[in-house]
Design a protein around this ligand. Structure first.
Ligand SMILES: [Zn+2]
Length: 243
């Protein structure tokens, strides 16, 4: 395709803008009404684990398809069909970013290099089946371009942590062609980093519409079955609106 480089640079700039939206909004208290029904800040918080103890720091971020879609939409720079193009690039993968650092007794932080991080990260599905990150050769050129564009943006915005957050891609499907993660269904998956396991319960709260308790009218998470205030059984949430 002749228009490929131009289209790519456009896609990339929008993605970087998406990251900028995420990071700047995480710093400011940002309560502007969203076009998208998913709250990007909530979604980001719920898809991250930060472990800090025993002289080490581990940061795990599941960059879900919902994240890509919402971040791109909120960047305000892309038409729906252009967002869809980018989604086609990310859909074959589960993207997990991991940073690991040791902190010595003089509070000096040393980040682990990419090979070391990659060697100890495993994805575990809800049945306990383990998956290793894909090798470079098994990742599409489009996806590699996308990741390479994210890195400098992360570094620019969050410094050393951003520079040492490595994007690991796992196949989105198992050998039987089934989705390893079903973000909309009740379940879970884990990211194992060394001897610790970081669990993600699905669906993430932020991706499920809120429910108003029919009895006491409190706002409840769409992932709850019962109202925590009055104990009433809650109705099933409406299907998330993805547009
Ligand atoms: Zn209630």
């Amino acid at each position: 395709m002749n228009d490929r480089p131009a289209r790519w640079s456009f896609r990339i700039s929008a993605l970087v803008a998406g990251v900028a939206v995420l990071l700047s909004s995480a710093l400011a208290s940002w309560a502007a009404p969203q076009k998208d029904k998913i709250d990007l800040i909530e979604l980001t918080k719920q898809s991250q684990h930060i472990y800090q103890a025993e002289g080490k720091i581990v940061f795990v971020w599941w960059v879900s398809n919902d994240y890509w879609r919402v971040a791109l939409a909120q960047s305000g720079q892309l038409a729906p069909e252009q967002i869809e193009n980018t989604m086609e690039t990310v859909r074959p993968y589960i993207v997990i970013t991991v940073a690991e650092a040791t902190v010595d007794d003089r509070a000096r932080t040393a980040f682990k290099p990419e090979e070391d991080v990659r060697a100890e990260v495993i994805l575990k599905d809800k049945a306990g089946v383990k998956y290793k990150p894909l090798e470079e050769d098994d990742i599409s050129d489009d996806m590699k371009t996308l990741i390479n564009a994210m890195r400098p943006a992360m570094t620019g915005m969050i410094g050393p942590l951003g520079r040492n957050m490595f994007f690991l891609c796992f196949s989105a499907q198992n050998a039987k062609g089934q989705d390893i993660i079903q973000p909309d269904k009740k379940g879970s998956f884990s990211v194992v980093v060394g001897d610790k396991e970081y669990k993600f319960k699905l669906p993430l709260d932020a991706t499920v519409p809120k429910i108003i308790c029919p009895k006491c009218k409190e706002v409840c998470s769409g992932t709850w079955s019962f109202c925590p205030w009055c104990g009433a059984k809650l109705p099933e949430p409406a299907e998330p609106d993805k547009e």
